[in-house]
Write a protein that binds this ligand. Structure first.
Ligand SMILES: NC(=O)c1ccc[n+]([C@@H]2O[C@H](COP(=O)([O-])OP(=O)(O)OC[C@H]3O[C@@H](n4cnc5c(N)ncnc54)[C@H](O)[C@@H]3O)[C@@H](O)[C@H]2O)c1
Length: 351
């Protein structure tokens, strides 16, 4: 039996979903929906979907569709996910889960009520480097992980369009790329309960759309003329078990280069997850750097999305629980909105 899938939102990231679904033996891409009909038609013909919609409700009314990927702007994630669950579909919703805590709790309630699978698109959890590392962590190789540091600084890379419109995105680099690195640290630290957050946001440089000669990821409707989001955010997150996480993320910054750096520190060893998986340890009074040998020691997008979608299909088949459930999406929204609130008030927020 093949699962029939609908993809809602046919912009830039939908391609990663569609490629992964297309390669999956148990899946048929049945329908594509986008408010931009031409874009939906183009994707449908590229991926062999027979049905095209501009209103997601019409897609959800199709009884034979088993599941959907929600790849729209952040401001419609909650509404579409809830409607899909209520229509009896399983849902893979892109990160962030939504824009606000209120919406997050409504999505969580809908998952409980309908009993359908909802997987949040925390794709970095599905990367091979995270998978390898998780085994080491779960077997206690690092002891207690008490500190993590995550940095995703783009010197130039405001994706424009809706990403730059706070009403549709909910924020800038913190909610867009910060969510990935905060989540992967929190997940690898064993999902400790968050105690407090203290954050700062800055809007100093605009989107620097004047800069030439450097390419970067863009929204399907790239428009540099509008920008209401921060260009830099940083935060200190404290957990109830005493662990802490420091993070900084930017859409633009006067830095030498762009890059992702994620490190975690435990009692018995350290981890560099990005830019490339390394394990730091000590043996016979000597510090060692171990380099796991693998095809993708850094996060690989194609492989990450293929694994994420394979996991989603297994979850809808009842073979395993999703690795990124709605509860984790809610906890991430608590952290992200808490950081924005802390920055706005200029003080630490306690939960
Ligand atoms: N996991 C990742 O690494 C990753 C990377 C990029 C983007 N994303 C997430 O994916 C989502 C989409 O981002 P993108 O880069 O593809 O943006 P995009 O602007 O390129 O595409 C979004 C598409 O959604 C359509 N759309 C918006 N509202 C809709 C609605 N109500 N019904 C139907 N179609 C609608 C738009 O017309 C557009 O074609 C965002 O939530 C973003 O955070 C995730």
């Amino acid at each position: 039996m093949k699962y029939r899938i609908g993809v809602i939102g046919a912009g830039s990231i939908s391609e990663m979903h569609l490629n992964a679904y297309q390669a999956h033996p148990d899946v048929e891409i049945a329908a594509i929906c986008d408010v931009n009909e031409e874009r939906a038609r183009a994707k449908a013909s590229e991926y062999g979907a027979s049905r095209v919609y501009t209103d997601y409700r019409e897609l959800l009314a199709q009884p034979d569709i088993d599941a959907v990927s929600v790849c729209t702007w952040n401001n419609s994630h909650a509404e579409i996910s809830i409607a899909a669950l209520e229509a009896g579909k399983h849902v893979l919703v892109e990160k962030p889960l939504c824009k606000t805590m209120e919406e997050a709790l409504k999505v969580q309630e809908a998952v409980k009520r309908t009993g359908k699978v909802l997987q949040v698109g925390f794709v970095r959890r599905y990367g091979a480097n995270a998978e390898v590392l998780k085994q080491f962590i779960d077997n206690g190789e690092f002891g207690e992980i008490y500190y993590a540091k995550a940095s995703w600084l783009r010197r130039l890379g405001n994706p424009g369009g809706w990403f730059a419109d706070i009403e549709r995105s909910g924020g800038g680099p913190l909610i867009d790329i910060g969510v990935h690195v905060i989540d992967i640290c929190w997940y690898l630290m064993g999902k400790p309960k968050v105690k407090s957050v203290s954050g700062n946001t800055y809007k100093k440089l605009g989107n620097r759309s004047n800069v030439k000669h450097i390419e970067f990821y863009k929204a399907a409707d790239y428009d540099p003329s509008f920008n209401t989001v921060e260009d830099l955010a940083n935060a200190l997150i404290r957990f109830e078990n005493g662990a802490s996480l420091m993070v900084d993320v930017s859409f633009t910054l006067h830095g030498k280069q762009s890059g992702v750096e994620v490190s975690l520190y435990g009692e018995r060893g350290g981890i560099i997850l990005e830019p490339e998986l390394k394990i730091i340890t000590e043996k016979y009074d000597t510090i060692l750097e171990l380099a796991p040998q693998m095809d993708h020691p850094t996060f690989d997008f194609n492989q990450g999305f293929a694994n994420e979608i394979a996991w989603f299909v297994s979850a809808m088949a009842g073979e395993k629980e999703t690795l990124s459930p709605v509860e984790d999406g809610v906890e991430m929204m608590k952290i992200l909105t808490g950081i924005y609130e802390s920055a706005r008030l200029g003080k630490e927020i306690h939960f």
